[in-house]
Ligand binder design. Structure first.
Ligand SMILES: *Cc1c(COP(=O)(O)O)cnc(C)c1O
Length: 368
C-alpha cells in the first residue's frame, strides 16, 4: 500500500523553503568558503542568541558533540558516567569513546527519561558525570538530577538531540548542565539535510576546549595540543540551518498542536497509554510516542502499515540488552517494558489534521 501518512514529511518542508534554500546554497557555492568561516560563525551567533547562551560550537554530528563534551570535561578512563538504557545508541557510544564506563540506571516509565532516584542509587566513588537524555522532546527531571550532581560534584552533559527548543521550568534544555549536546540529523526538530551537531556552554574554558578538540586538538593551525577530531559543521549545512532556525518556534508550536489533537482523538482508546504531560515541562514532541499494552504492539504496527500509516519503534532493544552490553547482565524492567510497548506515531510541523484522523481511525480499527 502507498504511504499515506509518513512519520515526518520532510518533502513538504523542503517545498515550503525552496526559494530561500536555493538562495542560501547558491551563495555558499559562489563564496568559495567551504570550511568554517563567516556562514558557520553567523549560525553560531544565531544559535547562541536563540538559546540564550554564551557559546555555541557547531560540529559534525550529535555523537561528536557528546564525545567532545565529555573529553572537554576531562572525563576518561577509570571514570563512570550514569545514563539511561532507553535512548539512541550514540549516547552510550560517546561515553565509551571518551574512554569512560557507562552505568545504566532505569527510566521513569511515565516520561521514558532517567529516573533520578535510580540515578542516585547508581553513584559510586568513581562516578564523574551524568548524561540525561531529553527523550522524544520531553525534558528529563533536571531539578533533581542537578541536585544529585551538586551533592556529588558530578558533571552534567545534557543529550538534547531530540529536544531543540524544549524547556524545563521555563528554562531552555541544554542550558541546565555543563554542556548541552544537540544533533542536526535531518529528522531532528532542527535538522540539517545531512549530518551536523552542536555544543552549548556558558563556560569560557569549556568552550575553548571544545573548539580545540573540534579542530584536531589545535588552537593554532599545526600546533596540536591534544589528540582531537575533524568535526566541523559543513558550510552548506550551516546555510541550510540558518534558513530553518527562524521557523523553529512556529514549527515546535505546530508539533505541540498536533500532539494536543492526538491526545484528544486518542483519549478513549482501550489498552493504549498516551504521553504524559507534566506542568514543569514544555514538551516539543520530537516523537509522539504511545504504549500499546497486552503484547499487541507489533500486531498494531503491522495493521497500521497495511493502511499506509508509517510508525516507528524507538527503541526495540534497551541498550543493556544489546550484544555489546549483554555481559553486564542487567535487569532494568522499566526500559525493557518500554521497548516492548512503545510506538511512535507520525508527527511534524507539516502533519495535517485529516492525516491524524486517519491515524486515529486505523488505530481504533486495529485495536478492535
Ligand atoms: C540523534 C541522536 C544522537 C546522535 O546524533 P547524530 O547527529 O546522529 O550523531 C544522540 N542522542 C540521541 C538521543 C539522538 O536521538
Amino acid at each position: 500500500m502507498r504511504e499515506r501518512v509518513p512519520m515526518l514529511d520532510l518533502a513538504a518542508e523542503v517545498e515550503f523553503l525552496w526559494e530561500p534554500l536555493q538562495g542560501a546554497i547558491q551563495e555558499v557555492l559562489r563564496s568559495g568558503q567551504f570550511i568554517l568561516g563567516p556562514e558557520v560563525e553567523a549560525l553560531e551567533r544565531e544559535l547562541a542568541a536563540y538559546l540564550g547562551v554564551r557559546h555555541a560550537i557547531t560540529l559534525n554530528s550529535g555523537t561528536d558533540a557528546l564525545v567532545i563534551a565529555l573529553r572537554a570535561l576531562g572525563v576518561g578512563p577509570g571514570d563512570e558516567v550514569i545514563t539511561t538504557p532507553f535512548t539512541f545508541f550514540a549516547t552510550v557510544e560517546a561515553i565509551c569513546h571518551a574512554g569512560a564506563t557507562p552505568v545504566f540506571a532505569d527510566i521513569d516509565p511515565d516520561t521514558f527519561t532517567l529516573d533520578p532516584d535510580l540515578a542516585a542509587a547508581a553513584v559510586t566513588p568513581r562516578t564523574r558525570a551524568i548524561v540525561p537524555v531529553h527523550l522524544f522532546g520531553h525534558a528529563a527531571e533536571m531539578a533533581r538530577l542537578r541536585d544529585l550532581a551538586g551533592a556529588h560534584g558530578l558533571r552534567v552533559v545534557e543529550d538534547v538531540a531530540q529536544a531543540f527548543g524544549g524547556r524545563f521550568r521555563g528554562r531552555l534544555l541544554g542550558t541546565l548542565g555543563d554542556f548541552g549536546a544537540f544533533s542536526f540529523f535531518p529528522s531532528k526538530n532542527l535538522g540539517a539535510y545531512g549530518d551536523g551537531g552542536l555544543l552549548i556552554t556558558a563556560d569560557d574554558a569549556l568552550a575553548d576546549a571544545a573548539r580545540m578538540l573540534r579542530a584536531h586538538g589545535s588552537r593554532r593551525k599545526y600546533y596540536h595540543e591534544r589528540v582531537g577530531y575533524n568535526s566541523r559543521l559543513d558550510v552548506l549545512q550551516a546555510a541550510i540551518l540558518r534558513v530553518k532556525l527562524p521557523h523553529m518556534d512556529e514549527w515546535n508550536r505546530r508539533r505541540q498542536a498536533a500532539a494536543a489533537y492526538y491526545q484528544e482523538i486518542l483519549a478513549d482508546l482501550p489498552g493504549v497509554v498516551l504521553p504524559a504531560v507534566r506542568p514543569e515541562v514544555e514538551h516539543v514532541f520530537h516523537q509522539y510516542t504511545i504504549r500499546i499494552l497486552n503484547g499487541r504492539r507489533d500486531e498494531v504496527q503491522r495493521a497500521l502499515s497495511e493502511r499506509g500509516i508509517s510508525t516507528m519503534v524507538y527503541y526495540p532493544v534497551p541498550l543493556h540488552r544489546l550484544p555489546v552490553f549483554r555481559h553486564l547482565n542487567l535487569s532494568l524492567p522499566a526500559a525493557e517494558a518500554a521497548a516492548r510497548e512503545v510506538l511512535s506515531l507520525p508527527i511534524g510541523p507539516f502533519l495535517r489534521r485529516d492525516q491524524q484522523d486517519e491515524v486515529a481511525a486505523a488505530l481504533r480499527a486495529a485495536l478492535r
